[in-house]
Design a binder for this molecule. Structure first.
Ligand code: NAD
Length: 271
C-alpha cells in the first residue's frame, strides 16, 4: 500500500468516536498519518485510548483521548466543548461508535432494541448536531479546507443488506443511510459535506466469531467476491479520502468498502 500523504489533512482537527478499538482506531491512525490532529473518543477501556494517543504522538502526530457515551446528550456536548477548548474548533467528525446486541427477533428484548438504536443512530444524531453547530459558527477556513466541515458516518453493508437475527442493528444502519442523506441535503449550502462508509466484513472485535476459526473464515469468504476479509486500514484510507478536499464534490454518498459483498455474490453462478 502506498503511504498516506502527510499534507492531505494538514492542520485539520478530527474527532473519531469509538476510536479505541477496531475500525475507529484505524481511522484515527490514518487521519493522523494524513496530518490531522485527532481526538480519540472512548466510553470504556481508557487504557486503549491512551495507548493510541501515545502511538500517534510517537509517530509525530497530535492526539488526545476524550471520554463520552455517544448516546448521552450531556456527555456528547461536554466532549465537543473540551475538544473546541483545546484546539479552537473541529473540521472532521467520524461518527464511528457502534455495537450489536443480537437476538432472534421473537426473543429480542426492548433493552437490546433500544441500546442499538441509541448508540448506532441517536449517537450519530447527537455527534453530528454538535459538529454542524461548530462548523456553522466557524465557517470556511480556506487555509485548511474548501469545506466548512466534513462528517463521515460509519454505517454498514447492512444499511441495504437485510440481516436475520440482527434486526435492531440493520434497522439502525438503514436509519444512518437516510439520516446522512437528509442531513447532507440540508447543510450542503453551508459547504458542510456529509457522507457514509459502509464496511463489509472487517477484521475487528465486533465480528470475531465470523473470522477467528478457519471454518468461520471460509464461510465468510463465500460472501466476499474480492477473496479477503477487510482490514481496519481499508476503512481508514477511505475515511482520509472522504475527509479531504480530494472528495470536495462528494456529499450525501455512502461508500461501500466491502470487497464486493453488496454485489450479490450468490448470483456468481446461476441465478
Ligand atoms: P469495535 O467493537 O471494535 O468498535 C466499536 C467501538 O465503539 C468501540 O470502541 C466501543 O467501545 C465503541 N462504543 C460502543 N458504544 C459506545 C458508546 N455508547 N459511546 C462511545 N463509544 C461506544 O467494532 P468495529 O468493527 O470497529 O465497529 C466500528 C463501527 O463499524 C461500528 O459502527 C460498526 O457497526 C461498523 N461496522 C463494522 C463492521 C465490521 O465488519 N467490523 C462492518 C460494518 C460496520
Amino acid at each position: 500500500m502506498p503511504p498516506i500523504h502527510p499534507d492531505t489533512l494538514r492542520g485539520q482537527r478530527a474527532l473519531v468516536t469509538g476510536a479505541n478499538s477496531g475500525i475507529g482506531a484505524a481511522v484515527a491512525r490514518a487521519l493522523a498519518q494524513a496530518g490531522a490532529r485527532v481526538a480519540i473518543n472512548y466510553v470504556v477501556n481508557p487504557e486503549a485510548a491512551e495507548q493510541l494517543v501515545r502511538e500517534i504522538r510517537a509517530e509525530g502526530g497530535e492526539a488526545m483521548a476524550l471520554e463520552a457515551d455517544v448516546s448521552d446528550e450531556g456527555q456528547v456536548q461536554r466532549m465537543f466543548q473540551n475538544m473546541i477548548d483545546a484546539w479552537s474548533g473541529i473540521d472532521i467528525l467520524v461518527a464511528n461508535a457502534g455495537l450489536q446486541r443480537d437476538a432472534p427477533f421473537h426473543e429480542m428484548t426492548l433493552a437490546q432494541w433500544n441500546k442499538v438504536l441509541e448508540v448506532n443512530l441517536t449517537g450519530q444524531f447527537l455527534c453530528a448536531r454538535e459538529a454542524v453547530r461548530a462548523f456553522l459558527r466557524q465557517g470556511i477556513n480556506p487555509k485548511l479546507s474548501c469545506a466548512a466541515g466534513k462528517i463521515i458516518c460509519m454505517s454498514s453493508v447492512h444499511d441495504i443488506v437485510p440481516w436475520a437475527g440482527h434486526v435492531n442493528y440493520a434497522t439502525s444502519k438503514g436509519g444512518v443511510l437516510m439520516f446522512l442523506k437528509s442531513l447532507a441535503q440540508e447543510v450542503a449550502e453551508h459547504r458542510i459535506r456529509v457522507n457514509g462508509i459502509s464496511p463489509g466484513a472487517i477484521r475487528t472485535p465486533i465480528n470475531r466469531s465470523a473470522w477467528e476459526t478457519a471454518e468461520a473464515e471460509a464461510d465468510l469468504l463465500t460472501l466476499i467476491p474480492y477473496g479477503r476479509i477487510g482490514e481496519p486500514m481499508d476503512i481508514g484510507r477511505a475515511a482520509v479520502w472522504l475527509a479531504s478536499d480530494a472528495s470536495d464534490y462528494v456529499t450525501g454518498t455512502t461508500l461501500y468498502v466491502d470487497g464486493g459483498m453488496t454485489l450479490y455474490p450468490g448470483f456468481r453462478e446461476g441465478g
